[in-house]
Design a protein around this ligand. Structure first.
Ligand code: ADP
Ligand code: MG
Length: 374
């Protein structure tokens, strides 16, 4: 126990961006995310107790204390991400003991960069290293997703935890969310860069609408299963199969299915466009994704539409879309390197005029996944 007390582990846990493939992960489909350079930093140390776990957020200047013998969810607290991770780890191994953890973050919370996955993955990875628990990345990813489902109440797909764990500098991850087969695609954007613009809004229906979209997709699958064999999820459906329900399925449901089927195809095309270093093609796909999210999947909001539309009207912008679950957060823009600053400034100005709020533009590049720091 004394040697445990001396050991400390430092961890960097990134957020994630998603080039394209929104709301496809929980439909067993394809996504093209990357880890961000922005990350959380953890410092973890065993405290010699059998089960007293203390986590302190330096960002919020707030700590929680949890006993391994009593891992209950707490209402509306960030502690749930930590408690969920502890629950997942202790269900899989016997080696977890008391510890003290402190973390700080350069990731904006609730902006669609998945600070929640960074928190889960950083803690899980760090404790795995600190106590030599021997869990593989795939197990850590799965237990972090469970933490989000069961303790934070968001039935998220696997993308965020996968990207935060498996990210690779200057690469996107083409991930099959059913098999978890993945391929690293070099970020070949030529003279173009990725500009994120944080709208700094989060509409309150974001969480409930997310879970509702999941239910709608499940309902769409049940319709499709009534007519076609081999359909386990929307990932298995083709556009002609969805078409065959036009006018029969409720329109809202039909739109949801159409969006998911089209978005899956766009992800594969986007990976090809990256491989071919064809930013024009990629930009068109990003904008088409936004239109689908706005009109068919209906998870956008006036602020995100305004930012995407305004960006597309500016010189040097090839594509723009909302990123993440929707109803707020960031837009992702494909912008010529020479126009990066001007586009950011123009968007700030226009957004202030239109919505009286400060937008926050910043460039992002794919970074490495969760890792130990010296
Ligand atoms: P996103 O994952 O897109 O950032 P979420 O709503 O899923 O948005 O997760 C944000 C939540 O994660 C916050 O409300 C908070 O509970 C937790 N969180 C994020 N960053 C921190 C931090 N630095 N300290 C404590 N909790 C944090
Ligand atoms: Mg999140």
């Amino acid at each position: 126990m004394e040697t445990d007390n001396a050991a400390a582990v430092h961890v960097a846990a990134p957020g994630r961006i998603n080039l394209i493939g929104e709301h496809t992960d929980y439909n067993d489909g394809f996504v093209l995310p990357a880890a961000t350079g922005l990350h959380m930093q953890f410092r973890l140390q065993a405290n010699g107790s059998p089960g007293q776990c203390r986590c302190f957020s330096e960002t919020l200047q707030e700590g929680v204390s949890v006993d391994l013998g009593d891992l209950q969810a707490r209402k509306g607290s960030w502690a749930n991400y930590a408690i969920g991770v502890l629950h997942g780890l202790s269900g899989r191994t016997g080696g977890l003991k008391g510890f003290d953890a402190r973390f700080s973050s350069t990731l904006p919370a609730g902006a669609g960069l998945s600070s929640s996955a960074a928190l889960e993955c950083g803690l899980a990875f760090g404790l795995n290293a600190l106590f030599g628990l021997g869990l593989e990345p795939a197990e850590l990813i799965a237990l972090c997703q469970e933490a989000e489902h069961e303790f934070a109440g968001t039935r998220c797909g696997i993308m965020d935890q996968f990207a935060a764990t498996m990210g690779k500098k200057n690469h996107f991850i083409l991930l099959d969310c059913r098999s978890l087969e993945h391929r690293y695609i070099p970020s070949r954007l030529g003279a173009y860069r990725l500009l994120l613009v944080n709208s700094r809004v989060t509409h309150s229906l974001a969480g409930s609408a997310y879970n509702q979209r999941r239910r709608e997709c499940e309902e769409g699958v049940r319709w499709l299963q009534g007519r076609f064999s081999g359909i386990r999820s929307l990932r298995d459906a083709g556009m002609e199969q969805v078409e065959s329900f036009k006018g029969e399925m409720p329109e809202r449901l039909w739109n949801r299915c159409r969006y998911v089927v089209e978005e899956n195809l766009r992800v594969l095309e986007a990976a090809d466009a990256l491989l071919a270093s064809d930013p024009e093609k990629l930009g068109g796909l990003l904008s088409a994704s936004h239109e689908g999210l706005r009109h068919l999947y209906e998870v956008s909001c006036p602020e995100l539409d305004f930012l995407a539309d305004t960006a597309l009207s500016l010189p040097g912008v090839l594509g723009a879309r909302m990123m993440g679950g929707g109803f707020g957060g960031c837009t992702l823009n494909l912008v010529h390197e020479d126009a990066l600053e001007a586009v950011g400034e123009e968007l700030k100005k226009a957004y202030k005029k239109g919505f009286g709020r400060d937008a926050d533009p910043f460039e992002v590049t794919p970074g490495d996944g969760v890792r130990l720091l010296p």
